[in-house]
Write a protein that binds this ligand. Structure first.
Ligand code: GLN
Length: 537
């Protein structure tokens, strides 16, 4: 049976529980353990697919087509193994299951209650991955902050699991903030003591404290925290602010977080830790030899989390080229045909982001026209690819008012149209074309040159597609479909071979880029941007 590590958060949100969980998992993986991470989110949406990116950041899609929390992206990028539907559970999903069972008559004669019915369902899901035999250790991140009303059923379930399983089979890491008071020139431990107290009133004593801090903690402070929070001295782990999330595993290693955890779980901790590849990555990340500036054109640019995986993919691909990628966010609503030159002329490449709805669409199209005509490397993802198709139709094929039927249902040239199977769908939640689908690449395309494979598989999240009625016209005029789904003929990739780097993809490559496997198309964009920059000088 697997061992279970739980990660809770105290004091404030946004302390980086996901990054800590992923870093700890990385260290355990580096010692040869099979580890997975799951996240429990206390909101009532069944999944984050129906949330606006401003609310909750990007929606991360797994291979099996689950719309999940963006922390799952960190888990995959750190561990280099895929997650699935089972790795992300929300309160909405838990209640939906229990209510469906109630309707089926599974609890006939009984009053259905939070305890035991909701907590039993949470427990079943918390323990599930550990029972598959695929993992030695399951790390469970509990979303929200201890003390939140919504988080209570999760903490109660965790208390029960601790009580039911053997003492050395579970462990709780509590992540807190040690604020620095400028006026007093002091780090303060009191909020941490209070949040541990809060956790203890619900019957859970943390084994390990992970303390987020902007200043190094003294030995005295560590002792004080250990004493008042009831943990061992070596169980107070400092998590100092660092320049990159990819440095966190190395910091956690310095703090011996992995050894402390393994000792407590009574697992062998003398297996050597192999982080060679990770260290090489961080070394390159810290010492770039080149620099490029890429414009990220989108409508959610105020919030970095909205395009989390894209930002991380740039870091992976940049590091591969020993190149620092400066990502310049550009609001698509602020671009028009008059100012596009001043917004884009200084860039070495442009990525047009995914998205939904009409807002900012014309700015994306103006940006694409500019980069196409000026030979600036371009990469369009999902809606970004669809905009490239619309732009080409309007400005090269002369199809005035060509559009996607998502934005303009009555357009005379519906070059992007709703997929046939989507037309009868009424419910919005979980009904897009989601998850991994196959794609075959055309010989001699840019794509095949980068993937070095004719058959690929990528993840999706969309309802609209390239309208194949127009394909011949596009190809004759120089925009080729170089990747297609082998079963349906759906256009997955478009390219303009006469341009140095012009690629649009219907899928989301950013969801598959990891530290150990930077995505070939992002790597291609950075390579092209470096060449373009050199050609300007
Ligand atoms: N809105 C477009 C569609 O549904 C693009 C979606 C996306 O960019 N993820 O097809």
């Amino acid at each position: 049976m697997a061992k279970y590590i739980f990660v809770t958060g105290g004091v404030t949100s946004s302390l980086g529980k996901g990054i800590f969980a992923a870093s700890l998992a990385k260290l355990l993986q580096a010692r040869g353990y099979r580890v997975t991470i799951q996240k429990f989110d206390p909101y009532i949406n069944v999944d984050p697919g129906t949330l606006n990116p401003y609310e909750h950041g990007e929606c991360y899609v797994t291979e099996d087509g689950a719309e999940t929390d963006l922390d799952l992206g960190h888990y995959e990028r750190f561990l280099n193994i895929p997650t699935s539907q089972a790795n992300n559970v929300t309160t909405g999903r838990v209640y939906q299951t229990v209510i469906n069972k109630e309707r089926e008559g599974a609890y006939l004669g009984k009053t259905v209650q939070v305890i035991p019915h909701i907590t039993d369902e949470i427990k079943h899901r918390m323990l599930m991955l550990g029972k598959t035999g695929e993992y030695d250790i399951v790390i469970t991140e509990i979303g929200g902050t201890v003390g939140d009303i919504e988080a209570l059923p999760y903490i109660e379930t965790l208390r029960q699991i601790r009580w039911e399983l053997d003492e050395h089979d579970t462990l709780v890491c509590h992540l807190t903030l040690i604020p620095y008071l400028k006026s007093a020139k002091e780090l303060k431990t009191k909020p941490t003591q209070h949040s541990v107290k809060e956790l203890q009133t619900i019957g859970v004593r943390p084994d390990i404290l992970v303390c987020r801090t902007e200043m190094p903690m003294t030995d005295e402070m560590r002792k004080k925290l250990a004493l008042f929070c009831n943990v061992n001295r070596d169980s107070v782990i400092q998590a100092l602010d660092v320049e990159s999330i990819y440095v966190v595993p190395l910091e956690m290693q310095k703090e011996k977080a992995d050894i402390t955890v393994l000792k407590k779980l009574q697992l062998p901790f003398d297996k050597p830790s192999d982080l060679t590849k990770w260290n090489v990555f961080v070394e390159k990340l810290r010492n770039p030899q080149h620099e490029v500036r890429i414009g990220l054109v989108g409508k959610y640019i105020e919030l970095q989390d909205a395009y989390k995986s894209i930002h991380e993919s740039f870091i992976h691909a940049g590091t591969l080229h020993e190149c620092k990628v400066i990502v310049e966010p550009i609001h698509s609503e602020h671009i028009d045909s008059q100012n596009v030159n001043s917004k884009l002329a200084h860039l070495d490449g442009v990525l047009v982001a995914p998205g939904f709805g009409n807002r900012g669409i014309e700015g994306k199209i103006d940006a694409i026209k500019y980069v196409r005509e000026n030979n600036i490397p371009f990469f369009g993802i999902c809606l970004g690819m669809q905009c490239a198709v619309i732009e080409f139709a309007r400005n090269v094929l002369g199809m005035k008012n060509a559009h996607s039927t998502e934005m303009e249902p009555d357009t005379p040239f519906p070059v992007i149209d709703m997929m046939a199977e989507q037309k009868t769908i009424k419910n919005k939640g979980g009904t897009m074309r989601l998850g991994a689908y196959r794609c075959d690449l055309t010989p001699n395309s840019i794509a095949i040159g980068l993937y070095k494979d004719e058959h690929i598989s990528e993840r999706h999240r969309h309802r609209y597609e390239f309208n194949n009625t127009y394909l011949e016209q596009f190809e004759k005029a120089g925009m080729l479909a170089t990747g297609k789904n082998p079963d349906t003929g759906l256009v997955e990739i478009v390219e303009i071979p006469s341009h140095p780097y012009f690629i649009g993809v219907q899928f989301h490559p950013e969801l598959k880029s990891t530290v150990y496997n930077p995505h070939p198309l992002f790597a291609g964009l950075i390579g092209a941007a470096l060449k373009y920059k050199a050609s300007k000088n």
